[in-house]
Design a protein around this ligand. Structure first.
Ligand code: GAR
Length: 335
């Protein structure tokens, strides 16, 4: 839980808005309100919302700032939100909460900021200057008035008919959005990164009460195999959990032996003997069938037809025999 303290001097509508935004959640809460005005309306409002509110005299703020720091520490305050706080904040408080004190200002800083510029004075000055836009700024408090780094800033349009009161109402609406937003930003920015989980070695060292000087095991991810140059190995399916399959050996172009010339000669011979010659004989005989038939030589046509059939069968059988035997016989080194 991050505890916020709100410092306010007046009405306290921003303080109320912060309480309503955060106090119903479990991460951030307004845990304290400090004021420099004994009867400021904000006191009653905070008490009604169940937030401890305390009056601290201006002399204490000025001369005994450590007392303020002590009150803040007693409430475990981490962030301070100045919501219409018109009292001087001592350097020691700024230092104790460096970067964690936010102020809301009713203008587009750096315009209309600085000494004397607060609340209605700002809106009056904006309208008198004929500005067409104004707005609100949340910034980090430093030792210079209204000059710290801006956390969130938002515009409103100033219309010709606007009065300081109507402009104030518009700016307030914007303030109710940007103040919680800025608080969240600061909290998120200052949040510590989550602690690393303890190792088993750390746990044992703690149990035994000895220092753990075992260096952590370095785990380097396995190196990805680099793709081989040359012809790609055929794809081998990978099953999760099993070791990566070794790439199937693909013939390497450089190491591949040239085909012996006898292989080529035998291929040509078998093709001519088994397919080409018997095929030609079969074609010649089948062409004789029709010519003899139309010449009225029915007996010759029948013979040619039978011869064609025989040669087709011979072509088929020789083709099958030589082509199926050629490969195993050549591998066995017989050719
Ligand atoms: C707010 O508009 C705030 O910006 C302004 O006082 C008003 C307080 O209103 N602060 C300053 O002018 C600081 N220089 P609230 O009391 O209703 O929250």
């Amino acid at each position: 839980m991050v505890n916020i303290a709100v410092f306010a001097s007046g009405n306290g509508s921003n303080a109320v808005n912060l309480v309503k935004t955060f106090n119903s959640g479990s991460r951030i809460r307004v845990a304290l309100c400090l004021t420099d005005k004994e009867n400021a309306p904000v006191m009653e409002k905070m008490q009604a919302l169940g937030v401890p509110a305390q009056y601290v005299a201006r002399s204490v703020w000025k001369n005994e700032p450590q007392k303020v720091i002590d009150i803040l520490r007693a409430h475990d305050i981490e962030i301070i939100a100045l919501a219409g706080f018109l009292c001087f904040i001592d350097e020691s408080i700024v230092k104790a909460y460096e970067g964690k004190i936010l102020n809301i200002h009713p203008s587009l800083l750096p315009a209309y900021g600085g000494r004397g510029m607060h609340g209605a004075n700002v809106h009056k000055a904006v309208i008198e200057a004929g500005e067409v836009k104004s707005g609100a700024t949340v910034h980090i408090v430093t030792n210079e008035i209204d000059a710290g780094p801006i956390v969130v800033q938002r515009c409103v349009t100033v219309l010709p008919e606007d009065t300081p009161e109507t402009l104030e109402a518009k700016v307030h609406e914007v303030e109710y959005d940007i103040f919680p937003e800025a608080v969240m930003k600061i909290i998120n920015a200052t949040a510590e990164p989550p602690a690393m989980p303890k190792s088993v070695d750390d746990d044992w060292a703690e149990t035994l009460g000895v220092p753990n000087d075992i260096p952590p095991v370095e785990t380097t991810p396995p190196e990805m195999p680099k793709p081989e140059a040359g012809p790609q190995a055929p794809f081998a399916p990978f099953t999760p959990g099993s070791p990566s399959p070794a790439p199937a050996s693909a013939p390497d172009a450089a190491s591949q032996e040239p085909m012996p010339p006898t292989y080529l000669a035998w291929a040509v011979v078998t093709m001519v003997l088994c397919c080409f010659i018997p095929g030609i004989v079969a074609v010649v005989n089948s062409s004789k069938v029709s010519s003899r038939y139309y010449a009225g030589d029915y007996e010759g046509a029948r013979r040619a037809s039978r011869n064609a059939e025989i040669w087709i069968i011979i072509t088929f059988v020789l083709g099958v025999i030589f082509n199926t035997l050629y490969l195993p016989l050549s591998i066995a080194g017989m050719f």
